[in-house]
Design a protein around this ligand. Structure first.
Ligand code: FE2
Ligand code: FE2
Ligand code: FE2
Ligand code: FE2
Length: 363
C-alpha cells in the first residue's frame, strides 16, 4: 500500500519521485557497466553483488515508483481537458508497460549471474540493457519535462492560480512530439538488436515476418513522416531565424536523405538472410547494428543541439505553424490511435513484434 506522494511531504511532494529517477538512471548506468565488465573480466564477486543490488532496486523500488505514478500522479492529469497532456500521459502509461516487459526479459539473466544458478547470455543481456536504458532515459525526460510540472501545478489553489505562468514554461507541442517519436524510434531500434541477440543465442532463425514489419514501420513513420517534418518544416524555420548550426542542420538533412537509402539496404540484407539462411546472418546483424548506431547518434544530436536552439530562436508564429503540422500523422507507437488506413497494419505489427514493444512471442 503506497501513500500518495502528492499528499505526504510538506514542500515539494514530488521530490521523492524525482530522487527515484536519479537512482533509476544510476542503476541503469550500473547495468551497462556490468555488461561491459562481464565482457572483459567475466563473473567476479563485484559483478555478482552489483547484479543482486540492481535486481532488488528495479524489481521492487522502480516497480513501486511506476505504481505510485499510475495511482497518484496520472489520474489528476487524465482529468485535464488539455489534449496534448492526455497524449503525454497515454504515452507514459504505454512506456510503463514496455519497461515492465523488458525488465522481465533482463531479470532472470541477472538473477542467474547473482546466484550462480541458471542460464544467462551476455549478448541477449547487453542488447536488453540497451533497450531498457533508452526507454528509461526517454520516459524520465518526458515525466520531468511535462507530467511532473503539470502535477505540481495542480497541487494547491495557489499553484493552480500560477498554472498559466507554468504553462508558458512547459515545452512546445512540437518539441514534445519530436521527443515522444524519438522515444518510440529508439525503442524499436534497440528491440531489433535484442531480437537478433536472442536468436543468435538459441541458434534459431528469427521471425522474418516480425523483422519485416519492424523495418516497414521504420520506413513508414520515422523515415517518411518524422524526418520529413524536420527537414521540410523545422530546419528551414531555424535557417531563416539564425545563422547558427548551419553545418549541423546540413549534416542532419544529409542523414535524413541517407536514412531512406540505409533502410532499403537493410531490407535487402534481411531478404538475403531470409532467402539464403545462416551464411547471411552476420551480414544482416552487422548492417542492423550500424543502422541502429547511426540513428541513435542522429537522435542525440537533434535533442542536444537542435531542439534547444529551436526553443531559443523560433517565434510564436513559427511554433503555431509547427505545432499544427507536427500534430498530424502521429506515430502510433507514441500512444496514439493509428489513422484509419494504418489501423490493420499497426495491430498486425503489434501482434508480430515481440515484447517490449509488441505482443508477439520472442521465439
Ligand atoms: Fe513513469
Ligand atoms: Fe517516473
Ligand atoms: Fe532527424
Ligand atoms: Fe528527429
Amino acid at each position: 500500500m503506497h501513500r500518495s506522494p502528492l499528499e505526504t511531504a510538506a514542500g515539494d511532494a514530488l521530490a521523492p519521485l524525482d530522487a527515484c529517477h536519479r537512482r533509476t538512471l544510476a542503476a541503469v548506468a550500473e547495468l551497462r557497466a556490468l555488461a561491459a565488465a562481464i565482457g572483459y573480466a567475466g563473473i567476479t564477486p563485484a559483478v555478482r553483488a552489483t547484479a543482486a543490488s540492481v535486481v532488488q532496486f528495479l524489481s521492487a523500488t522502480a516497480r513501486a515508483h511506476h505504481e505510485d505514478e499510475e495511482r497518484h500522479v496520472f489520474p489528476a492529469l487524465l482529468a485535464s481537458d488539455d489534449p496534448a497532456l492526455l497524449d503525454t500521459v497515454r504515452c507514459l502509461r504505454q512506456q510503463h508497460g514496455w519497461l515492465e516487459e523488458i525488465w522481465r526479459e533482463i531479470e532472470p539473466h541477472l538473477t542467474a549471474i547473482a546466484t550462480d544458478r541458471g542460464a544467462w547470455d551476455i549478448d541477449v543481456l547487453s542488447a536488453a540493457i540497451e533497450v531498457l536504458s533508452d526507454l528509461y532515459r526517454d520516459h524520465i525526460a518526458l515525466e520531468e519535462s511535462i507530467a511532473y510540472p503539470e502535477a505540481r501545478a495542480r497541487r494547491t489553489p495557489a499553484a493552480r492560480a500560477r498554472r498559466t505562468e507554468t504553462r508558458m514554461t512547459t515545452p512546445r507541442a512540437t518539441l514534445r512530439i519530436i521527443r515522444e517519436e524519438h522515444g518510440a524510434l529508439s525503442a524499436m531500434l534497440s528491440s531489433i538488436l535484442l531480437l537478433l541477440a536472442q536468436h543468435r543465442q538459441r541458434g534459431s532463425l528469427p521471425d522474418f515476418t516480425a523483422l519485416r514489419a519492424m523495418l516497414f514501420y521504420l520506413d513508414e513513420f520515422p523515415e517518411q513522416r518524422h524526418h520529413r517534418k524536420e527537414s521540410e518544416l523545422l530546419f528551414p524555420k531555424l535557417r531563416a531565424r539564425t545563422p547558427q548550426s548551419r553545418e549541423l542542420l546540413d549534416r542532419l538533412d544529409a542523414e535524413h536523405a541517407r536514412g531512406e537509402c540505409a533502410i532499403r539496404e537493410l531490407e535487402h540484407a534481411l531478404l538475403a538472410f531470409e532467402m539464403l539462411g545462416a551464411p547471411r546472418r552476420a551480414a544482416f546483424e552487422q548492417a542492423a547494428q550500424r543502422y541502429v548506431e547511426f540513428y541513435l547518434a542522429h537522435i542525440r544530436l537533434e535533442e542536444q543541439e537542435i531542439l534547444p536552439l529551436a526553443e531559443r530562436v523560433l517565434s510564436d508564429a513559427d511554433w503555431a505553424e509547427l505545432d499544427a503540422a507536427f500534430a498530424t500523422n502521429r506515430d502510433p507507437f507514441t500512444g496514439h490511435a493509428p489513422e484509419a488506413p494504418y489501423e490493420a497494419l499497426f495491430s498486425r505489427i503489434v501482434n508480430l513484434v515481440p515484447a517490449p514493444l509488441g505482443l508477439g512471442a520472442a521465439d
